[in-house]
Write a protein that binds this ligand. Sequence first.
Ligand SMILES: Nc1ncnc2c1ncn2[C@@H]1O[C@H](COP(=O)(O)OP(=O)(O)OP(=O)(O)O)[C@@H](O)[C@H]1O
Ligand SMILES: [Mg+2]
Length: 383
Amino acid sequence: MTETLADLVMSRRVLVTVGAGGVGKTTTAAALGVAAARRGKRVLCLTIDPARRLAESLGLETMSAEEQVVERGLFERAGIPMAGSLTAMMLDTKRTFDELVVRHSSSPEHARKLLDNRLYQYVSTSLAGTQEYMAMEKLVAVKEDPRFDLVILDTPPTANALDFLDAPERLAEAIDSAAMRWFVQAFESTGTLSLNVLARSAAVVLRGLGRITGGGFLAAMAEFISELNDLFGGFKQRAKMVEEALRSSEVSFVLVTSPAPMSLQEVVYFSERLESSRMPRGAFVVNRFRLPPPGADAPPSERDAALAIARHKLVLDEDAPGRLVHAHADAERLAALDAVNVQALDAKARGRVPIVRVAELASDVHDLGKLGAIAEALMSGGV
Ligand SMILES: Nc1ncnc2c1ncn2[C@@H]1O[C@H](COP(=O)(O)OP(=O)(O)OP(=O)(O)O)[C@@H](O)[C@H]1O
Ligand SMILES: [Mg+2]
């Protein structure tokens, strides 16, 4: 039988929320954290740039790279009994990279040298893919931590959900490519580079590393690449190892999407990629699913609307009943559209991967009550 999302929450050690920008990855990660903690799990939620008001509602005004236990009283006041605990931690790309360098360096001097390198400063903050890759590194670092039963990893806002999976390779390509190796060798053998040689390869190299200018750049780059490769015995291998950690049966991916066709298409593609790379797809979450407006089976007439306005003693424009009827019809149409669009996902999942629909709430999710409601919707199979 297919495992439900609730089964995954209760049995996996790691859940990773992925999806296109803005679909609700962070909200889903936080809600799953609340759901699991409520049921007795000691949860660590590794989050990325949560909406300020969401962080505030968790009492995390100073959301930082330090672990912060969400105060139990906050949940209780929101009517959420807590049998376990929820710890939140904000992912800090640069800091994760720094920690990695310090951990793997043969000496503190070695680490210092790399940390002070100007290119390192760039790569550790701005190179495409670094943020996604460091999210995976952080996961590797914390996933065996005995203080937690469940680690939930939120992923960075990418335009394309697949950027997350491609990050190790892209990053390894950029800093461990043939062009780079050639570059380092050329530099190491002569201690300097003639501009001629550089001219021929500069385009390739700079495409990988972005535009950095200024004196000492070449020396800094060559030093950086060789130091980094010394450190990890080849960055490519390191990236492969990190990617491998995501293949474990202890891990499940929660693929978050909106009900919009483009977003659904993307998440289906992502899920196929997971399957072909033997990574465990866990569940689809269709977030912000629009439901038909509540009420009578038959659409309301203008007369019904006028009566309802009078009953509630509302003082509105005279065309308000007409507009209400229109709004009702629009809401019905949108709900029908979402239902049809999501059928395409049903066909793809073929009952093998659960699909949980989470309703679009009337406002953003920034209080614990709403987060708790989403948590329970996720656990009960959705709407
Ligand atoms: N079911 C919902 N109903 C209403 N609003 C929602 C719902 N889910 C999420 N939101 C709101 O949508 C916005 C985006 O959500 P969220 O930050 O979780 O998305 P994300 O995928 O993490 O975005 P990013 O890619 O930028 O990291 C937030 O303001 C959130 O409160
Ligand atoms: Mg987010």
